[in-house]
Design a protein around this ligand. Sequence first.
Ligand code: FAD
Length: 464
Amino acid sequence: MTHLLAVGGSDAGIAAALRARELDPSTDVTVVLADEFPNFSICGIPYWVSGDVATEASLAHRTRADLEAAGITVRSSTWASAIDVDRRRRRLTVTGPAGVEEISYDELLIGTGAEPVRPAGVPFGEPGIHLLHSMTDAEQVVAALELLPAGSRVAVVGAGYIGLEITEGLVARGFDTTLIQRGPEVLSTLDPELGSLVTAEVRRHGATVLTGSTVTGITPADGGQWRVATSSTSGDAEGTFALVVVCVGVRPVTGLAVAAGAQLGQAGAIVVDASMRTGVPHVWAAGDCVVTHHRLLGTTWLPLGTTAHKQGRVAGENMLGGSKTFAGSVGTQVVKVFDLVAARTGLRQHETSPLEVPPLTRVTVADDHKRYYPGAVPLTISVTGDQTTGRLLGAQIVGQRTAEISKRIDTFATALHAELTVDDVIDLDLSYTPPLGSPWDAVQVAAQGWERAAAAANQAAVTD
Ligand SMILES: Cc1cc2nc3c(=O)[nH]c(=O)nc-3n(C[C@H](O)[C@H](O)[C@H](O)COP(=O)(O)OP(=O)(O)OC[C@H]3O[C@@H](n4cnc5c(N)ncnc54)[C@H](O)[C@@H]3O)c2cc1C
């Protein structure tokens, strides 16, 4: 019987454990995790904070009982501190409720995930200053918010997708919310032209958005509040807030892997091959702690739940002797911000530079469905392609939540995965009925817009 051990009880660790049990129900599978939240959807945290999801327990993808019924031994509140990789010993040292012990393994998965970046000078640990990454962080935020009167001033530092989601949640709970963003628009993973639509949406819902503003200090103010100082091109400013949530990115958690001899690559994440091998015998890794194989860029680091699930599944299969490979990400992401949805896949113009191709980007506005049918709304769609070969390189979409944006970005993602050209997208047989689309779907209208722009640019180059 194979003894499979996973460190990390979130997307990657649990995906590996479930896959191994699915393939061979005789496999002995143990998952150790530092916290008390096996298989929780941390992606759902903002919706528990907002109140859209009524209870914390609802965020569990599966309960502990479900996991145990699947044949997985779950050891929570158990911290893994060292791996003895000696071929004959193969042991993991853990500290859990019963003290320090060693667990032997045949194959070990490291799925230690990511941790939030803690900017220097921010007094983390003080009441009112919060991170938002783990379930424990979420419990602390929810408990703190419950003590605040509605209308209290709260601040969110960082307007990536998590900062935006929590801003929406705080506004929904009736707090006077300020979102502070260093870049010119929120959601800097989009081109500013599209990000500006998202910035406007946040303001339309009553939050204050300070763009181009860097936090220069967070210091105590009267009444247990916090004074947040910011600097921007228009000068320095200060605001006083009852609660501050800092969401300025994450970094991979790699200490255990490094001590075991694993190499680090992009963004300090663990190097793995496409089978999720670390190079240390019998040690595998998956999820936010590892580099990401990208179908256009080669190797990068893109910590996402979608990717962690797939990588964990690949690792679970290969730990039992399989030969599965992770097919690679194209960086597909989507976020709901109030009544808007913003999505992207592939590369933006400036991100194509490693490919050494001439990129061309064209923005098109197209209706989501036939205008004569009530409720039609415009979608802003940016398409990036190789001007010479016509190969599709990326797409971004912003529009109303009703407009099936995730379906449309997934059409582009599928096209990217299949290495289609922009012209191939125009040829796709996509569905149509007037309440939902058009004979040429908005995706294809945008592809046609890109083709016209490419033809004009190529013609201009010939004329020159
Ligand atoms: C608020 C929020 C919203 C998100 N929304 C989305 C979304 O909409 N879509 C999307 O694709 N992604 C989203 N993500 C990202 C997604 O949640 C992560 O990519 C995913 O959780 C990564 O899974 P993981 O298993 O690699 O690591 P993690 O979820 O970080 O889990 C790491 C695990 O390792 C354990 N661990 C770490 N070190 C040790 C140790 N030494 N010993 C024992 N256990 C240890 C932890 O306890 C935990 O169980 C979101 C993330 C957050 C925080």
